[in-house]
Design a binder for this molecule. Sequence first.
Ligand SMILES: Cc1cc2nc3c(=O)[nH]c(=O)nc-3n(C[C@H](O)[C@H](O)[C@H](O)COP(=O)(O)O)c2cc1C
Length: 195
Amino acid sequence: MDAIEALTTRASPAGLVAPAPDSAALDRMLRAAMRAPDHGRLRPWHFIVVDGAARAALGDVLAGALRVRDPDLTEAALAKERAKPMRAPLLVIVAARLREHRGVPAIEQIIAAGAAAQNILVAAHALGFGGFWRTGAAAYDERVKHALGLRAVDAIVGFLYLGTPAGATAPLASSDAASHVSHWTGTVRDAGETA
Ligand SMILES: Cc1cc2nc3c(=O)[nH]c(=O)nc-3n(C[C@H](O)[C@H](O)[C@H](O)COP(=O)(O)O)c2cc1C
């Protein structure tokens, strides 16, 4: 699959099953991630690979953190949270390990990690695998970050679920970019004018 085809046909599969990307495929995906644009070459990203039994341990962490956030939740709700990492044979949690930098604010470091995450998803697709991106409150939960070896100031930009696509793939959403594009012709808007 060429790059443009991979970029224009990537979609989140309905489900993911084994086999997961093997170590050679994962290595290629992570090398693609490393090619994300990155202001200042800070390499702010960090990739936490979770597979096998560690997924159940991650589920315990997610459910434990959810219980603290909302002590009134039912066991069923906690069980649902606990089961989330089992939705795919492999997860890559993409984080930004933020650092103070005069010229590169935190948002740019987070964007760079997001671009790395997108490269992982597109590379997975190009290699015949599939993946989907999730966040939710767990991504912003300090207990979850701590359990994963991150600091409270770091950002989890995505839980990437990876595996082999299963089930019918939804038709691709429209790729018509026209309504998202404007051409600025040089007419400068007055400061008081609203957008
Ligand atoms: C930063 C980020 C966080 C996301 N978090 C969630 C999420 O928690 N739950 C969800 O259903 N979709 C989430 N999505 C969107 C899905 O991953 C997916 O892109 C969306 O459902 C559109 O489907 P597609 O990837 O097939 O175009 C997130 C996307 C991004 C970029």
